[in-house]
Ligand binder design. Sequence first.
Ligand code: ADP
Ligand code: S3P
Ligand code: MG
Length: 179
Amino acid sequence: MINAPTIILVGPMGAGKTTIGRLLSQQLDREFFDSDRVIEENAGADIPWIFEKEGEEGFRRRETQTLEAMLSEEQLPIVLATGGGIVMMEENREMLKQQPLVVYLFASVAQQLQRTSKSNNRPLLKQGDPKETLTRLFAIRDPLYREVASVIVETDSRHPKTVANKVMDAIKKHLATEV
Ligand SMILES: Nc1ncnc2c1ncn2[C@@H]1O[C@H](COP(=O)(O)OP(=O)(O)O)[C@@H](O)[C@H]1O
Ligand SMILES: O=C(O)C1=C[C@@H](OP(=O)(O)O)[C@@H](O)[C@H](O)C1
Ligand SMILES: [Mg+2]
C-alpha cells in the first residue's frame, strides 16, 4: 500500500472528495492537496470570487493549469481531491486517463443535495434549483467520471471514515489485480 501511486479523487459536488481525500492522506501518511484550494491560493481569491470576476470559463482555465502543474511535478505520491467539474474539459480527462489510480466517489443526487446544502461556497448551486442543477450535471458528468476512473466507490454510508476504509479496500483490490 505504501507503494500505491498518487490517488486522485473525482466525483460530483458533495460526494466527499475533500473529506475522504484528507482522511486517506492521514491513513497513508501522505500529503493532501485539493485542486480547489490550490486554485484559491494561486489566485489569492476564493472560488465564488473567481466565478464572479472570470466566469466559469476563467475558473476552468485555472483548474486545467492547476491539474497540469500538479501532475507534471516531480513529487512523492500524494492524495489529490479534484473539483466536481474537472472532467468537463477534454484535456483534463486526457491527463486523468494517464494516471494509474483515479477513484470515482459515487453519490446519488439526493446525497449530493443533502451534503451540499450545509455550505454556500459552490457558485453553480447558487442560481436556480440546486436539485435540478445537480440532476442535470450528473447526467452529463457521470459517464465522464466513469471514463477516467479505474476504481468506483459508493459513498452512501453516513460515516466518512467508513467510506475512507471502503476506498482503501477498493484500491488494494485494484492494485492486486494490476500486478
Ligand atoms: N460519507 C459521508 N457521510 C456524511 N457526510 C459526508 C460524507 N462525506 C462527506 N460528507 C460531508 O458532506 C459535505 C461535503 O463534503 P466534501 O468533502 O466537501 O465533498 P466534495 O469535495 O466532493 O464536494 C461536508 O460537510 C462533509 O462533511
Ligand atoms: O462541480 C463543479 O463544477 C464544481 C465543484 C466544486 O468542487 P467540489 O466538487 O469539491 O464541491 C468547485 O470546483 C466549483 O464550485 C465547481
Ligand atoms: Mg471538494
